[in-house]
Structures are given as structure tokens and as C-alpha cells.
Design a protein around this ligand. Structure first.
Ligand SMILES: NC(=O)c1ccc[n+]([C@@H]2O[C@H](COP(=O)([O-])OP(=O)(O)OC[C@H]3O[C@@H](n4cnc5c(N)ncnc54)[C@H](O)[C@@H]3O)[C@@H](O)[C@H]2O)c1
Length: 253
């Protein structure tokens, strides 16, 4: 399929993990892809599949606005935004520091807001486009130790819904995806933290978490990329304001 020929896409956090899978998928279907990431190797990684990699910290609204201005200066349109950048981490609320709470929010919620706002301005003006925000199943049902992360991800769903209502009349669709356990550095680190917090081995945590997945395997970045590409495409022309779990059946609601 080549659904994105002539389209320009920005993927935040696209240098690794889920975002990299999404960026590759959109590029593979013909999009001109810009990756915005703090990874120092972003430009080299993006170049391997013909994308543009730009150092951009989504916690900084001026940097995000400047990136979108560069994209518009180059191609005049921004057709697709995937607001994916996020970080993991957490602690029980009683032990959660202000610093960790703010750091998680700054990337995982503020960063999505900054990217969505910059894209909304461009897409409303051009009267068209699609936004996909990456939330999490933890934004719907939040385990102990993940209050800040879960609050940020629930916030991403709220932002998605409001923005879908605001931009619908301009022909812009806004949806979210809620990944489950996807095998990336972020997930491996999260399992390490959960193991330490519960005096178990990481292997025991992996086994317990896998046992809760009806499809019987962990997810891959490609599992997320396929659904994001669908949501970004005209195949989803009548779909907006939704948050879709991609989790092998972990949560059913
Ligand atoms: N892996 C999972 O199981 C899982 C589950 C649910 C949701 N998610 C979400 O999916 C998204 C991607 O996660 P992942 O597992 O691929 O993580 P990852 O750590 O593999 O990749 C995250 C990417 O975001 C970039 N990034 C971090 N902070 C940034 C910032 N301030 N500005 C720009 N880029 C920044 C990193 O450099 C990295 O390239 C995140 O929002 C995460 O919360 C992941």
C-alpha cells in the first residue's frame, strides 16, 4: 500500500522503539517523514530510510513550533502528526517526588500538547490533516506505581477528544492509540522497575504480564505502526476522537 504519497508527516520520538516503527511505516507508504527526537543519532537513524531527523525536545514549545515552521517552509503542508514521544518511570504516590512527577508530565503530556497545538494551527489553516497521539492502556486503568505516567496518558486521551471536536469542522481527524506491553527499551526498563518494587525477578514479571495477554505474545513496534497508519489514512476517514487499545486483548473496554 502507498497511502501517503505526497503527504508530509512529523513523528515525535521517532528515533527508537514504537516511533521508529511508525516512521518507517509511513515512509514505506510514501510519506515524507520528519522525525523529531532528542536522540543524538536522530539524523543518522532517519537517513537510513530516507526520513529527515531533527533534534527537537518536545518539552520545549518554542523548539516544537520551530520544527513545524521548518516543515511548512519546506513543503507548505503538514498532513500527519504522530505525537509519540514519551518517557517511562514512576513510584508509589507516597514516594513520588515533585521532580519525577514534573519530568514525566513534561514529556508525556506537555510534549504531546506542544506538538498537537503546533499541528492544529497548521492543519486548521490548511483545512485538513490527521493527528494520532500515543497514549497507553495505563491511561485507562493505571497500576500501582504508575500514577504520574497514567495521569499523563489519561490526559493524552482527554486532549485527543477535545481536539477532535475542535478540529472536526476543519476536516482534521484526531485519534489516540493505547499500546499494551510493547517490546522496546521503555518496556524493558519498566519491567525492571516493577520487578525491583515487588521483589521479583524481571523474568517473573515478564511471565506474569505475558500471562495476562490473550494473544499470548508481547507487541512489537510494527503492531502499533499498522494501526497508526490506518488511523492516519483515508481508510479511517469517518473515525475521530477515538482511543484504540493495541494490546493483544490485555484490556477489553
Ligand atoms: N513500550 C510500551 O510497552 C508502551 C506501552 C504504552 C505506551 N507506550 C508509549 O509509546 C511511546 C513510545 O514508547 P517506546 O516504548 O517506543 O519508548 P522508547 O524509549 O523506545 O522511545 C521513545 C523515544 O522518544 C524519544 N524522546 C524521549 N523524550 C523526548 C523528548 N523530550 N523530546 C523528543 N523525543 C523524546 C526518545 O529519544 C526515544 O527515541 C511513548 O509515549 C510511550 O509512553 C509504550
Amino acid at each position: 500500500m502507498q497511502r501517503f504519497i505526497g503527504k508530509t508527516a512529523v513523528v515525535t520520538g521517532g528515533a527508537n522503539g514504537i516511533g521508529l516503527g511508525i516512521a518507517r511505516r509511513l515512509a514505506g507508504e510514501g510519506a515524507a517523514v520528519w522525525i523529531a527526537d532528542v536522540d543524538p543519532d536522530v539524523a543518522t537513524k532517519a537517513a537510513t530510510f530516507g526520513a529527515e531527523g531533527v533534534h527537537c525536545d518536545v518539552t520545549d514549545p518554542a523548539a516544537v513550533d520551530a520544527l513545524v515552521a521548518d516543515v511548512l517552509a519546506r513543503g507548505e503542508r503538514l498532513d500527519l502528526l504522530v505525537a509519540n514521544a514519551g518517557i517511562g518511570g514512576g513510584a508509589r504516590v507516597a514516594e513520588l517526588s515533585d521532580e519525577l512527577f514534573r519530568r514525566l508530565m513534561a514529556t508525556t503530556l506537555d510534549g504531546v500538547f506542544h506538538a498537537c497545538r503546533a499541528a492544529a494551527r497548521a492543519m486548521e489553516r490548511q483545512r485538513g490533516g490527521a493527528i494520532v497521539a500515543v497514549s497507553s492502556v495505563f491511561g485507562r486503568d493505571t497500576p500501582a506505581g504508575s500514577a504520574a505516567y497514567g495521569a499523563a496518558k489519561a490526559g493524552v486521551i482527554a486532549l485527543t477528544q477535545a481536539l477532535a471536536r475542535e478540529l472536526g469542522p476543519s476536516g482534521v481527524r484526531v485519534n489516540a492509540v493505547c499500546p499494551g506491553h510493547i517490546m522496546t527499551d521503555l518496556y524493558v526498563a519498566a519491567v525492571g522497575r516493577r520487578a525491583a518494587a515487588t521483589n521479583r525477578t524481571p523474568e517473573a514479571v515478564f511471565a506474569d504480564e505475558l500471562a495476562a495477554v490473550p494473544l499470548g505474545r508481547f507487541g512489537t513496534p510494527d503492531d502499533i505502526a499498522g494501526v497508526v497508519a490506518f488511523l492516519a489514512s483515508d481508510d479511517a476517514a469517518y473515525l475521530t476522537g477515538q482511543a484504540i487499545n493495541i494490546d493483544g486483548g490485555l484490556q477489553m473496554r
